[in-house]
Design a protein around this ligand. Structure first.
Ligand code: PGA
Length: 252
């Protein structure tokens, strides 16, 4: 059976290393009891080395929240995929809508995805429409975004690709997308991937849903939305809620 994947995007939280260690430890204890769920935590860059050090004997993987599209050089403030790989980071979120909103383009995203894949990282490529319209124009927007974000990314590398479908209007919102619509949209994402890379590649690429996921709505989103996993923001820094979520998803 294919394991479900739960990715916690901590964003710019918490504000001290002590809290980050505490949160990590508590999630790790639950995550290590799961049978059918892989857990990936994406803390801020500065906490990654310390969390990797406390990580011995755990199934929890560590991801970053961004990466740069060059290996090294004069790029002040940027972090190279080689540095992440060297630390033991395995995953990286690329193209999150909060970064797109501050100027990240499909062009830089596609370069980041390619370099991450070339260096053996698993990119979690975030895509999603800003709004929906009755005529279905958002489907065209989403399709173009996926194509542009994967521009020049060859088929031979995409076995490690993960796509997170996150409708922007559902991120940080009160409610998640209706699980049945999540199902339609995840099929659409697979269809676009299939157009680019072929049927088999599309089927084997995990598609996650993200946007206001919590321990209450997670089971329906997985079962009715038929996604391979979830990208969780706020609930991933709420230790009790995230623990409930992991347990609820694991028994599905
Ligand atoms: P949220 O964030 O779960 O707080 O809505 C999701 C995300 O931004 O990945």
């Amino acid at each position: 059976m294919k394991k479900k994947m739960i990715v916690g995007n901590w964003k710019m939280n918490p504000t001290t290393l002590e809290e980050a260690k505490r949160l990590f430890k508590s999630i790790k204890n639950d995550a290590d009891t799961l049978k059918a769920t892989d857990v990936v935590l994406c803390p801020p860059f500065v906490y990654i080395p310390a969390l990797l050090n406390t990580r011995t004997e755990t199934s929890v993987s560590i991801g970053a929240q961004d990466v740069y599209f060059e290996e090294q050089g004069s790029f002040t403030g940027e972090v190279s995929p080689l540095m992440l790989k060297d630390l033991g980071v395995t995953h990286v979120i690329i193209g999150h809508s909060e970064r797109r909103a501050r100027g990240e383009t499909d062009e830089s995203i596609s370069k980041k995805v390619l370099l991450a894949l070339e260096h053996g990282l698993r990119p979690i490529l975030c895509v999603g429409e800003k709004e929906r319209d009755e005529q279905g124009g958002h489907l065209e927007t989403l399709k173009q975004q996926i194509k542009d974000s994967l521009n020049n990314v060859p088929k031979k590398h995409i076995d490690r690709l993960i796509v997170a479908y996150e409708p922007v209007w559902a991120i940080g919102a009160k409610e998640a997308m209706n699980p049945l619509v999540v199902y339609e949209m995840s099929l659409f994402v697979k269809k676009v991937l299939s157009d680019i890379y072929g049927h088999d590649e599309a089927i084997s690429t995990p598609v996650l849903y993200g946007g206001s996921v919590n321990f209450r709505n997670a089971p329906d989103i997985i079962t009715q939305g038929k996604v391979d996993g979830l990208l969780v923001g706020r609930e991933s820094v709420n230790a009790p809620g995230f623990s409930e979520l992991l347990k609820a998803v694991d028994i599905l």
